[in-house]
Design a protein around this ligand. Sequence first.
Ligand code: MEV
Length: 329
Amino acid sequence: MKARAVSPAKVILFGEHFVVGGNTAISMTIDFPTTVTVERESGERVSIESRDLHVKVAFSQQGEIVESVGSNAETALRPVFEAVRVSFEKLHLPCHGLSIMVESRVPIGMGLGSSAATAVGTVSAIGELFKRPFTQQEIFDAAYSLERMVHGHPSGVDQATITYGGLVCYRNGAVDSRLGHSSPPTLLIGNTGKRRSTGEFVGKVTRLRKEQPEEYAKIAFDAQKIAESAIEALRDGRNEDVGSLMNANQVLLEKVGVSSPELEKLIAAARSARALGAKLTGGGGGGCMIAIADKSKSKAVVEAIERAGGQVLPSAFVPYGVRASLEED
Ligand code: MEV
């Protein structure tokens, strides 16, 4: 018997970084799937393979490496083992006898939630395999606790978005229903191709918050006002306002030092092709930017982003989070 979980990827429309300090973030799920397949295996090992990264590691029950194939295999797969461990703990079962295959085309380190998608998918698939499916709250709690182990001070927005799915409004560990079933505008996603660590940039903003609390508080206050206005604009489908608010949000992200020349080049290109708005998305420092444009302008915006050296990624909205199912042989 096998269980399979498919997680979407995510983009943040408003409030990244400020959400770590307690602000609101608005995010959504996109159709860029990560598939985690889990299967019982005889013996003591937990074998984990990433098909796309060409790495494979077998862990003992205690987490020691028994076998490793491919470069940087442990760095890539240790977080998956931790997701397995946390899931078995929740099920009160000993952690062994499992094989896991991760398949994902989500570019890593680009702000699209690749690690959250794998963690959320692993937890969901294991609950399904043992016929004790976890609730969304349990999946979120497990994936968030893992992220805290890896990154120190994450907000949980990536894990919440990928668990619950849709257009998500998130603050302080909880999703609120204000965006309910609203559909977001079509976004264009431009990838700078520059990989970076979200943790490094979260650390940068955390230092600013601690060392210059008054300066930070002013910027965060403005970021919260932008997020609140964006909730209204998204609910009413006022795309021009959403675009202006994205531009205003980008100014604040630049102020706290998480933008980069590569991102700003793509953002400027999108705006010069008459996008309604553009900003970085996720951790910043590289990774991806998003733009919103009228339908009649979107081809020109895509071309402008590509001419500026960006790669435009698929960005179709999906109104659901992780989904797991059991496959009987
Ligand atoms: C990363 O997708 C979003 C950040 O706000 C970090 C976090 O919320 O944990 C940059």
